[in-house]
Design a protein around this ligand. Structure first.
Ligand SMILES: [Zn+2]
Length: 316
């Protein structure tokens, strides 16, 4: 049984223009929440990419079913290989911003999911005050994080009550692209930053070199219907400037999961929605993930932009 989802037209969230050209179309190839066809629009005025029409916020349950990745994968720490690899990757990619954090520094992870990043930070630095925010925490996730002294705020960012005490670092990984009102969300976060505090964002990059292979249908970064807005370096920097943050650094990160999603979507647009052939390229296929991570590392080494970016901005 497939369910109907309510969609509404929207304007470009960057410049307000209603003029757009359809850039890509596809279905929910990953969670199969609804059978709807979705369209990715490209703004005729500023070039911004956004889902249009898009689901209303009340449809969030159809967009994020109960088996959605970040909730169902409980943090497993050192218990398995994937957990160990993730902890190491998390610690390494945050090394530079961590080095700037004062003793007892306050860190907020917005959209922390199962909390694996906060756990990696806890293992690296016992002195930090760690806070996680997400719109839903399963009880066992909450228990295991709180046991490690991590405080949790259970709320969507849009309506969250953020603590009065400012943060030295706010991390938002693969979340800004999911927000209905990205500028409002970032405005709130900028307000919660200490002077000289940093906001670290990771989000897909529409300038990724692999988008050209899957462009019109199946590029994994579209992630129908969950990614509502997508940025390249310039447009994300513009958005941050509008909320009073100055970009300090921008770089590409390898994007193995976007490759996997691209391949799953390509298989389904060729062999039919929900085709069992997608099992050959699943998100738990470690050798395949490692292979794409390596391919992207090579691409970065020769100066290519990948489909995943890390942008660090600062409140001056
Ligand atoms: Zn625009």
């Amino acid at each position: 049984m497939t369910q109907q989802i309510k969609l509404s037209p929207t304007n470009c969230s960057q410049c307000g223009s209603a003029a757009f050209t359809a850039a890509a179309s596809g279905k929910d190839y990953i969670y199969h929440g609804t059978a709807c066809d979705y369209t990715y629009a490209r703004c005729d005025d500023c070039g911004h990419f956004y889902l249009n029409p898009r689901p209303e916020i009340g449809e969030i349950v159809l967009m994020y079913p109960a088996n959605y990745g970040t909730f169902s994968d409980r943090f497993q720490g050192r218990a398995n290989l994937l957990g160990r690899v993730k902890t190491a990757v998390n610690q390494r990619r945050l090394k530079a911003v961590m080095a700037n954090l004062p003793q007892g520094g306050r860190v907020l992870d917005v959209g922390c999911g199962n909390g694996e990043l906060l756990m990696a930070l806890r293992m690296a630095r016992a002195d930090l005050e760690l806070v996680g925010l997400d719109w839903h925490f399963p009880i066992e996730t909450r228990r295991s994080l709180e046991r490690h002294g991590i405080s949790l705020i259970e709320s969507p960012l849009e309506s969250a009550e953020l603590p009065d005490q400012p943060f030295d670092l706010i991390i938002m990984l693969q979340l800004v692209e999911h927000l209905w009102e990205p500028e409002e969300g970032l405005q709130r976060l900028a307000g919660a930053l200490a002077k000289d505090g940093r906001l670290l964002i990771e989000t897909p990059n529409t300038d990724g070199w692999d988008r050209r292979f899957f462009k019109a249908r199946a590029w994994g970064g579209y992630y129908f219907p969950r990614h509502l807005n997508l940025y390249n370096f310039e447009r994300l920097a513009d958005l941050l400037l509008r909320v009073g943050l100055v970009v300090e650094s921008q770089r590409s990160l390898s994007a193995p999961l976007i490759w996997i999603y691209s391949i799953q979507a390509a298989i389904q647009s060729r062999f039919g929605w929900k085709s069992p052939l997608t099992r050959i390229a699943g998100v738990k296929n470690l050798p395949l993930i490692a292979g794409f991570a390596l391919l992207d590392s090579f691409a970065m080494a020769i100066g290519f932009t990948t489909s995943n970016q890390q942008t660090v901005s600062r409140k001056s």
